[in-house]
Design a protein around this ligand. Sequence first.
Ligand code: AMP
Length: 427
Amino acid sequence: MNILLLGSGGREHALAWKMAASPLTDKLYCAPGNAGIAQEAEIVPLELGDHAAVIAFCRSHKIDFVVVGPEAPLCAGIVDDLEAAGIKAFGPSRKAAQLEGSKGFTKDLCRATDIPTAAYERFTDAEAAKDYLRRHGAPIVVKADGLAAGKGVVVAETLQQALDAVDMMFAGALGQAGAEVVIEEFLVGEEASFFALCDGETAIPLASAQDHKRAFDNDQGPNTGGMGAYSPAPVMTDEMTRRTMDEIIVPTLRAMSALGAPYKGVLFAGLMITSDGPKLIEYNVRFGDPETQVLMLRMMSDLVPALVAARDGVLKSFDLRWYPDSALTVVMAAKGYPGDYEKGTLIGGLDAAAAVEGVEIFHAGTRAEGGNILASGGRVLNVCGLGKSVREAAARAYAAIDRIDWPEGFCRQDIGRRAIEREESVT
Ligand code: AMP
């Protein structure tokens, strides 16, 4: 098969690495890609918002299958346009992508289908939203309805923070995404990332993961796209997985089918594991970043036929196998991220780092120039370790990081610490 992968982050490097290893892959292209993905795929400079250009490329290069990484093109309907042009594509339709594109849509679906989630209301008017906040008090969570690149959620510890968040969103700080807000109950528990591969009717769970969203050690500092992750997530026991499938994923697929928007692709449920069981925090309609990096390291099965089976609606008889090992990834980011940061700084030592046993390095924001690798984004590298335990996986990843020479970068030093403590209290 000739495959085109769309996207440019660490998630896409991990997907490219796994797809390039498939015996089914003749030729892999990636647009717009990065310097790491260039080791696995031929990079093509396509603008993902230009669907006609993507379709023209698929035709001229005899592409059999397109895999879409990020949410923005999915919400913009790229899968609808590719399929209408007769090109098979992995990912949800525009209508099904509303599960990520509109938080209000998802909350209403949960309410109508009895899917466990935080209590909520939707608002298009600041005064009504503030009345609600004053009646309910803090802690409380204020969310922009639309896609806001990770900036649309304010977990308010005080009423004033919540009122300020409403003002900020209705003042247009997040553009159209904040024209409607969802206000919801603050949930207490441990978070986990849950992934299911879906073909419209059937869902099969992938391995579980946990990520670290805050920028600094001990979960301090601002929220980010994710500073590290590990898999499996100890909190996702077999019982929690079964409940998540039965109470959240399967009812969602049924409801989407009933709406005439069957969900195909990967469904990523952000969960809070509460004392009452799993509750849905939010859906994403694509693979997680950085969770995908650890999932791909643990996946024993070939990814390509699984993605094709999801697209073709034949997942029912499908089985995915996983290595029992633990995988962990540490994100190296440019100093200043998630705020302003410098671009174009030189990264050295990558070959020596990749030579550490059990280590794989995925690039998130890099470009190649004159034989050098330069940082070109906020999150720049995913240094991943695979091991018999989270402790071993972490030791390998951090040993590799010690060999990377990038003074303008930083990483958290405590990725996986809680899981390691848990491992050690068991043994
Ligand atoms: P989201 O973008 O919806 O995943 O939210 C980002 C982060 O905000 C989540 O990973 C949680 O840590 C936190 N969060 C979102 N909603 C809630 C909630 N209802 N209760 C507690 N924390 C939440």
